[in-house]
Design a protein around this ligand. Structure first.
Ligand SMILES: CC(=O)N[C@H](C=O)[C@@H](O)[C@H](O)[C@H](O)COP(=O)(O)O
Length: 231
């Protein structure tokens, strides 16, 4: 069975520390592996994780496919920005490598297509193109991406931020593309997940709403009389 088939119709849980908080106590490969194991026990069909150390620790503990990425940098292309990052995370055990497929400049001056070629030529992994627009998705498929995810919608200059998930982009991509389309980015409720599958998602990825106590607590605390007042 193709590794993408193992994701079909299921929930993928993204196990990552908060990218914008270097002090997140969850920033630890052992911790992320335990979080991943809990997600799998709860029914996740695959896990998404950041960096070779977390990917290797998770692969050692769970039996489901791992989508690996390698975040680097603080602006622009940050999700697996170079072919080197992509190959490294694949060699750490990711069966699928998530790569920013926008047309923004990359730190090594290479193109998304170069990363796809490097991953396919040098590892057995597949490439998941993280996109923010329809044009990026079409270009990613032409460049050889094996699957596409809506991950970056709301996080690039080409895609306005929204509170909820970008179901409109998901529906267009599911309709247009010859490859599986994963719903990712701000999926937080069962209603979001049901809507994603209703418009053709291959799988739905949920991150912070499941795996970040820091993110969840920060959303709940403002509803208390104490608000953000320290103890
Ligand atoms: C934009 C970006 O860098 N997204 C990252 C991609 O790996 C993660 O920070 C997200 O948590 C992940 O996509 C899941 O999304 P959400 O946590 O909204 O369910």
């Amino acid at each position: 069975m193709n590794v993408l088939d193992r994701l079909a119709g299921g929930l993928v849980v993204s196990c990552q520390p908060l990218p914008d908080d270097p002090g997140d106590p969850m920033r630890d490969a052992y911790v992320q592996a335990r979080v991943a194991a809990a997600a799998v026990r709860g029914g996740a069909v695959a896990v998404r994780a950041n960096g070779p150390a977390d990917v290797a620790a998770i692969r050692a503990l769970v039996d489901v496919p791992v989508i690996g990425l390698y975040k680097h940098g603080t602006t622009g292309v940050m999700i697996t920005p170079t072919a080197g990052h992509a190959v490294e995370v694949a060699l750490a055990g990711a069966q699928i490598v998530a790569v920013d497929a926008t047309d923004r400049p990359r730190p090594d001056g290479c193109r998304f297509a170069d990363t796809v070629r490097a991953v396919h030529d040098r590892t057995g992994a597949l490439v998941l193109a993280d996109v923010s627009t329809e044009a990026e998705a079409l270009a990613a498929v032409r460049a050889g991406a094996d699957a596409v995810a809506t991950t970056l919608s709301g996080y690039t200059p080409a895609s306005p931020p929204t509170d909820g998930p970008d179901l409109a982009l998901l529906a267009r991509l599911a309709d247009l593309l010859p490859v599986p389309v994963l719903a990712e980015g701000r999926y937080r409720t069962t209603a979001h997940i049901e809507r994603a599958f209703a418009v053709g998602a291959h799988a739905v990825v949920v991150g912070n709403a499941v795996t970040s106590p820091l993110w969840i607590t920060r959303r709940l605390v403002p509803a208390t009389p104490r608000g953000g007042q320290p103890g």
